[in-house]
Design a binder for this molecule. Sequence first.
Ligand code: TRP
Ligand code: SF4
Length: 341
Amino acid sequence: METETKERVIAPKKTQKLRLLSGMRPTGRLHLGNYAGALQNWVHLQHEYDAFFMVADWHAMTALYEDMSELPDNTRQVMIDFIAAGLDPERATLFVQSHIKEHAELALLLGMFTPVPWLERTPSYKEAVVDNQDKHLETLGFLGYPVLQAADIVIYKANVVPVGEDQVPHLEMCRELVRRVNFLYGNLFPEPQPILSQTPRLLGNDGRKMSKSYDNCIYLSDGAKLVEKKVARMVTDPARVRRYDLGHPEVCSVFDYHKHFNKREEPQIAEGCRAGTLGCVDCKKRLAAVLNEMLEPMRAKRAELEAKPKRVERVMADGAERAREAATKTMAQVRQAMRLP
Ligand code: TRP
Ligand code: SF4
């Protein structure tokens, strides 16, 4: 697997860009971790690839089917975050998974030859079922999560899939399924390659893993004052009790943020921290200022979109139309290859 994930993808020709697909589950508004770990990269990738970005609402449903009340709003909010963060609906195809019913049909067909033990061995499955006993995840839907994800990818014949490390087993399963399809029914799909984004280590402001369920994240949609407040509460190097104590930036979660979002000042900050000349309060003020500078244009874009709800609907409808065109074309080939009417 190691070597396979490092396989190089042939550079796209100017005229014929490679197809890219990725998705995010709408479990809430997006936070800085989602931005740094995925979205920021997607914004660059949309220029190099024929890119499809999807709000994976069916995937979100696999874990929250018992309470769907927030899903429609979250789906819309994530779409707004996509656009506000710089995904360009004129350039990339932005769509909502459940708008393209063909994904479900293809997932069903892939399921015909997906061995259940493969799914049961998926690390994300085993862990999630144990960790979330209250969510009752021993369902066909949740077990089949990677099959649906494979359908998402191959229905667009995607060549590359930008994902974080945690998604590599799903990509690997997708590749296995592609090999099966191509062997059983003829060459239908390319084997998708992951583009691994290194997820920078960004902790929540309580020092725990950044997570919506811990309520410790800075959201892309947070206002400037709230960002200042959240940054001020962040956990720092415990050795720095007084202003002039010598610090260790490498153990400080504020510094992790500087490393990712404030490369320019990173060296001075590390130096000032170690020498005890930079206080944590000032260090955090610098960080909040840098984050707010980055988030300000996103807030403006978001406000613009919220003022014109029709605009977001249109983006989703246009995206769905483009996605559907590609998906129906693939499905016609799939049905024919599988001898379905
Ligand atoms: N499972 C992915 C995640 O949680 C989201 C996702 C759904 C996805 N379908 C996809 C990612 C297809 C890449 C390709 O991050
Ligand atoms: Fe962290 Fe900055 Fe304080 Fe150093 S000065 S401990 S990097 S907050």
